[in-house]
Design a protein around this ligand. Structure first.
Ligand code: ADP
Length: 191
């Protein structure tokens, strides 16, 4: 089993690289951001509540995140492993992830981190905003998301570094180059 979390700031390229990784390794893809956006698009009451939070660039509750993750795993029981994108996003979620892996009786391979300079992230997100139609890809919200990332999500890097399963990868270059770097890391650490 290969269970990995793809880590990195907004705009690091997690969604793009995830597509190639799940194709190569046959993993169940759990993007918390994608699932939340689907809920918003459904127009449900829950979706409206989520939208009020995400369009400000803030994080939704850990309870909601865990419930969508559990639901996704329950509906996809036979998989080669899981790729988490956008999770864990704070220390509490990091611990919840470890508990979940233990409960499922499957090893956690580690965190692959896409490292991209801040200036490059802002440029990428502003450009994406022109085509994505995402309500959070606007400059003021982008800056708020980066602030949330720096305050709440970056400590997750330190948490897993101390445990020895945090693997940084240079996230600048061609898509193929970055993909090859990710695969090389996975092959080094998979059990
Ligand atoms: P990005 O990495 O580009 O910011 P995502 O698609 O991963 O975007 O997430 C979009 C938004 O969804 C986040 O800004 C946040 O509001 C919410 N979100 C996604 N994943 C989580 C999570 N694990 N915990 C809390 N909020 C989340």
């Amino acid at each position: 089993m290969l269970n990995i979390a793809l880590f990195g700031p907004p705009g690091a390229g997690k969604g793009t690289q995830s597509e190639s990784l799940i194709a190569k390794y046959g993993l169940l893809y759990i993007s918390t951001g994608d699932i939340l956006r689907k809920e918003i698009a459904s127009g449900s009451e829950l979706g409206k509540k989520i939208n009020a939070i995400t369009s400000e660039g803030h994080l939704v509750s850990d309870e909601l995140i865990m419930s969508i993750i559990r639901k996704t795993i329950e509906t996809n029981p036979h998989v080669e492993g899981i790729l988490f994108d956008g999770f864990p996003r704070n220390i509490s979620q990091a611990k919840l992830l470890e508990n979940l892996m233990e409960e499922l009786g499957t090893p956690f391979t580690g965190v692959l981190s896409l490292e991209v300079p801040r200036e490059e992230l802002i440029t990428r997100l502003i450009n994406r905003g022109k085509v994505s139609g995402r309500s959070d890809d606007k400059e003021d919200v982008i800056l708020e998301r980066l602030k949330e990332y720096e305050e709440k999500t970056l400590p997750v890097a330190e948490y897993f570094s101390k445990k020895g399963n945090f693997y940084p990868v240079k996230g600048v270059g061609s898509l193929e180059e970055i993909f090859d770097r990710l695969v090389a890391e996975i092959e080094k650490h998979r059990r």
